[in-house]
Write a protein that binds this ligand. Structure first.
Ligand SMILES: Nc1ncnc2c1ncn2[C@@H]1O[C@H](COP(=O)(O)OP(=O)(O)OP(=O)(O)O)[C@@H](O)[C@H]1O
Ligand SMILES: [Mg+2]
Length: 237
């Protein structure tokens, strides 16, 4: 497997816990998120995510959600998770794929895979079995209600990804959707909570003009009211 695009390098010190988990295997820096969380590939077969203490990254939420979702949809298999005074970590088995923002993909291929993956997730994971909640009511507890009105009526409850931004979709060697990653917020919510943000993220990663392909591939007509509401909720959160 060819390495994915990396977005940080040797200038960031490898956390001691990550060095320990690697146990002498080579570490490839893969991703640094906006809150300071780091992802490395360990050798060829594993990934480790590390959230420094105080970064407020709910990695502990992710292991349980990945383990639950794995029965219904392709996600990384959890190998181990833990924490110490320096932070939290999560080790998963590597999926043979590359993020939708990897430079190897043309934009149409990436956007098609993102929409296909979201549809598979929404159709394939059973709402009634899901113990996790990403409801608008719960999310509204954490935002200033004066800045956002009452939520639109629920269109359809599904198991949402919860962080459906482009980098969290993986494409396989054939350029098709292969799995989702980054599921710390997975839970039951209106499908528009995901659709609004997934389509929002296209402009951040690919520029304007990709929403039509996204909604056509998913197979739904854009709903301007729900899209605007859930984008504002995302921005406020
Ligand atoms: N098991 C895995 N197999 C393949 N690739 C993986 C795996 N785990 C993580 N990755 C890669 O590492 C990247 C970062 O992982 P992830 O999205 O879970 O981290 P994050 O820091 O929570 O991201 P965000 O910036 O969205 O908060 C992913 O976009 C993906 O490219
Ligand atoms: Mg991510």
């Amino acid at each position: 497997m060819q390495p994915p695009e990396t977005d940080f390098g040797d200038d960031i010190a490898v956390p001691a816990a990550v060095t320990m988990l690697a146990a002498g295997r080579p570490l490839t820096p893969i991703w640094r998120n906006v809150l300071g969380g780091l992802t490395y590939r360990i050798g060829t077969d594993y990934f480790v995510k590390f959230a420094p203490r105080g970064s407020d990254l709910p990695l502990r939420n992710e292991a349980g959600r990945l383990a639950w979702a794995a029965s219904y949809t392709p996600v990384p298999e959890v190998v181990s998770s833990g924490a110490d005074d320096t932070g939290e970590w999560l080790v998963t088995k590597a999926i043979n794929g590359w993020s939708a923002v990897d430079k190897r993909w043309d934009k149409a291929t990436a956007v098609t895979a993102i929409a296909t993956g979201l549809k598979e997730l929404h159709n394939g994971v059973p709402v009634k079995e899901c113990p996790f909640d990403w409801s608008v009511e719960r999310r509204l507890e954490k935002v200033d209600r004066d800045k956002i009105g009452n939520p639109p009526a629920i269109d359809r409850l599904v198991v949402c990804h919860g962080d459906p931004c482009a980098p969290n979709t993986l494409l396989g060697p054939d350029g098709r959707w292969v799995a989702h990653v980054d599921m710390a917020a997975l839970g039951v919510a209106d499908r528009w909570a995901d659709l609004a943000v997934a389509s929002y993220s296209l402009s951040w990663n690919y520029g304007d003009g990709w929403e039509e392909l996204f909604f056509a591939t998913y197979g739904i007509a854009p709903d301007p009211e729900r899209i605007a509401y859930y984008r504002l909720l995302w921005d406020l959160g």
